[in-house]
Ligand binder design. Structure first.
Ligand SMILES: Cc1cc2nc3c(=O)[nH]c(=O)nc-3n(C[C@H](O)[C@H](O)[C@H](O)COP(=O)(O)O)c2cc1C
Length: 361
């Protein structure tokens, strides 16, 4: 298949995933029914419930300091991924990784261990980061935005080879590998899946060259369509890129009820002014994601409600089908209160999406 052939995603059902609660809350850390809680007990119960409800995937973000503030608890992505891999049996487990935090061979070896524990359900999400203060506190090198992508490209090029268990010899500007061959390689497939989140032109080029699936921040469907077209038009060797979308869902029986719940979420959001002011000072202003955020106010992280999955069950299901027609294969979702709303989504929205009715224009 050539790089320009499009993947006919409409022939396969969309997959649904949930962001793991390693950040303690999506929406507001001050929600009266869902206050910040990043404990292991809660994350374990959340992901086990997601699996039981039929969700296909979970994404564990990588942050070493909470985005809510330095005093907030924050889970650690890779130890959580390993533990969840051992406890679950069906759900895909995706752990985010910042290339400047681990040497590539160490990252590949860790990934293959979790691939082994999970029996072929592990994936990485390459993220080049935005959290300048975090890198400084940890003493990690945080290059200028585009240079971070040059560095990340070298990193993922080596990791990709190693994930396939191939003996890898590499000598680049930043990294060397001298015939390292991690064992065991995956016993279930060629290698763990490689996702990437990042929106800038260098991120898109890196995805087209080296990744399997591109994760987008939640944003209006017209903009998502343009971004997909941009990535599909880029040169690529191998199967076409697949697409994932992050979104915060507010779904109710009627439009009026959904509007009311949306209004309530914004009301609670007013109590986050201190956290938001702090966060605004932590970011690398060149990060495209931050510019997208400014254009589309939203509840939730990574675009959240800007994806438009707010409305009656029927409307949300219809919007999901429209995104799926465009090429979105995986919907990575956030809710608040998380567990109750995730249950509601599984009960009312997923069955509506899976009904075979065609997408309305
Ligand atoms: C679905 C998704 C997941 C992300 N997860 C993380 C994460 O776990 N940790 C993090 O620091 N950034 C995360 N990011 C943000 C990326 O690090 C950020 O968008 C990017 O690397 C900054 O570069 P850009 O200018 O290409 O957007 C995520 C982005 C997306 C779209």
């Amino acid at each position: 298949m050539s790089s320009t052939d499009s993947f006919d995603v409409s022939e396969s059902a969309p997959r649904f995933g949930v962001w793991a609660l390693e950040e303690g809350a999506f929406g507001s850390p001050h929600h009266p029914e869902d206050p910040h809680d990043a404990s292991w007990e809660r994350i374990r119960a959340q992901v086990l419930l997601a699996e039981e409800l039929g969700f296909d995937s979970t994404l564990i973000a990588q942050l070493f300091i909470s985005p809510w503030g330095e005093e907030y608890d924050q889970g650690e992505a890779w130890s959580l991924a390993a533990a969840l891999a051992a406890l679950t049996s069906r759900i895909e487990i995706i752990a985010a990784i910042k290339p400047y935090a681990y040497p590539p061979a160490v990252a590949a070896k860790m990934a293959l261990q979790i691939e082994e524990i999970s029996k072929g359900r592990f994936a990485i999400n390459f993220v080049n980061g935005w959290f300048a203060t975090e890198a400084r506190r940890l003493g990690l090198e945080f290059y200028e935005h585009d240079q971070r992508y040059d560095y990340g490209r070298e990193w993922i090029t080596i990791v990709r080879e190693l994930l396939a268990g191939r003996p890898t010899r590499f000598e680049g500007r930043w990294f060397k590998a001298d015939d390292y061959q991690p064992r065991p390689a995956s016993r279930w497939r060629e290698r763990p899946t490689i996702y990437a989140g990042g929106e800038s032109p260098p991120a898109r080029a890196l995805v087209a060259d080296t990744c399997d699936t591109w994760f987008m921040n939640g944003q209006p469907i017209e903009r998502v369509a343009d971004l997909i077209a941009d990535v599909r038009a880029r040169p690529r060797v191998g199967p076409p890129v697949q697409f994932g979308l992050s979104a915060f869902v507010i779904a109710r029986e009627t439009e009026e009820e959904a509007e009311e719940a949306h209004r309530y979420a914004w009301e609670i959001n007013k109590s986050d002014a201190a956290e938001e002011a702090w966060l605004a000072q932590q970011v690398d202003a060149k990060v495209q994601m931050i510019q997208t955020y400014a254009k589309y106010p939203h509840i939730g992280s990574n675009g959240g409600t800007a994806a438009g999955l707010v409305g009656s069950y029927d409307v949300v299901a219809e919007r999901i089908r429209a995104f799926h027609e465009l090429g979105i294969e995986l919907f990575m979702l956030q809710f608040q209160p998380f567990e109750d709303e995730m249950r509601r989504f599984a009960e009312h929205v997923i069955p509506r999406v899976r009904r075979s009715s065609p997408v309305r224009a």
